[in-house]
Design a protein around this ligand. Structure first.
Ligand code: CP
Length: 315
């Protein structure tokens, strides 16, 4: 594998929002992710053997944490795993800024997940090493959006005319915020925003996408499941509710069943960023259109390998 590439615009850069990517950037990242897929499937490389990643996770995570750690190890690097913060000095009241200043002394890149919107930007403001946003509250989840978009283009290389249904807690779900902004950069998709009224997509995101493409807002998934090429369902985000009674009323609002899937297109794909907590019945997992437990999760590894190698200047 090459160790330098003039097209790499990401050397030393933070990855904070999908707003920072151009269409050309996306094509470049996806091509590098395809190269990383080959590397990962064969085994490991020593491309980042000089480097250490700090995984600074103030909120729970399985996939994002696990795939970043796996990505670093597939590339030959080391990692400092910090999950939950119970055993770090955060438990003694250390600020986010001081924690970041600490781990930049020990590592070459920091991946951060934090419950507050804007936290990754705060971390980046004090860090001298690249910071990657692994989810900031109900804000953004740019690396998830990249792996989701990668999954979509691998199935549907022509984005123009693609009908995409984003379903569930569109108010609080950061993955759908980032994905909708990213997809409109890639072509003339048509969106169905499917949610209960009180969990509808934030106005700022609607304004952003409405300028570029057609959006329909509906409450019933049954109305659009037969039209969509991509159905992307999310869980109701319990941790963002101040009132658990409202959460209890809404938590089973959408459930994809085998019967519902009979109404979907034969060549559509069903996606979920996971974890799921009842939105997709287990019997749907065997459906060949269900990609959430297969390609979608694996693509997270390849995209994150590409991003780490890019910000560390090794591709
Ligand atoms: N999709 C996602 O962010 O999953 P985790 O919360 O498990 O990282």
């Amino acid at each position: 594998m090459k160790t330098a590439n003039t097209k790499n615009r990401f050397v030393g850069k933070d990855i904070l929002s999908v707003d920072q990517f151009s269409r050309e950037d996306l094509d470049w990242i996806f091509s590098k992710a395809r190269e990383m897929r080959e590397v990962a499937q064969k085994g490991r490389t020593n491309l980042l053997s000089h480097a250490i990643l700090t995984a600074l996770f103030y909120e729970p995570s399985s996939r994002t944490f696990g795939s970043f750690v796996s990505a670093m190890q597939k590339l030959g690097g080391g990692f400092i795993p910090l999950q939950g913060m119970t055993y770090s000095s955060v438990a003694k009241g250390e600020t986010l800024e001081d924690t970041v200043r600490t781990f930049e002394c020990y590592s070459d890149v920091i991946v951060i997940r934090h419950p507050e919107v804007g936290s990754a930007k705060r971390a980046a403001a004090v860090a001298s090493v690249p910071v990657i946003n692994a989810g900031d509250g109900a804000g953004e989840h740019p690396t998830q959006a990249l792996l989701d978009a990668f999954t979509i283009v691998n199935t549907f290389p022509k984005i123009d005319g693609l009908k995409v249904a984003l379903v569930g807690d569109l108010l609080n779900g950061r993955t759908v915020h980032s994905l909708s902004k990213l997809l409109v950069k890639m072509g003339k998709v048509e969106f169905f925003f499917v949610s209960p009224k009180i969990l509808s997509m934030p106005q700022e995101i609607k304004d952003h996408v409405n300028k570029r493409i057609q959006v329909s807002e509906v409450e019933k998934l049954e109305e659009v499941i037969g039209k969509a090429d991509v159905v992307y369902i999310t869980r109701i985000q319990k941790e963002r509710f101040s009132d658990l009674t409202s959460y209890e009323k809404l938590k089973n609002y959408y459930v994809v069943t085998k019967t519902l899937m009979q109404k979907a297109k034969k060549n559509m794909i069903l996606m979920h960023p996971l974890p799921r907590v009842g939105e997709i019945e287990a019997e749907v997992d065997k459906d060949k259109r269900a990609v959430y437990l297969k390609e979608q999760m694996r693509n997270g590894l390849y995209i994150r390998m590409a991003l780490l190698a890019a910000v560390l200047g090794k591709i």
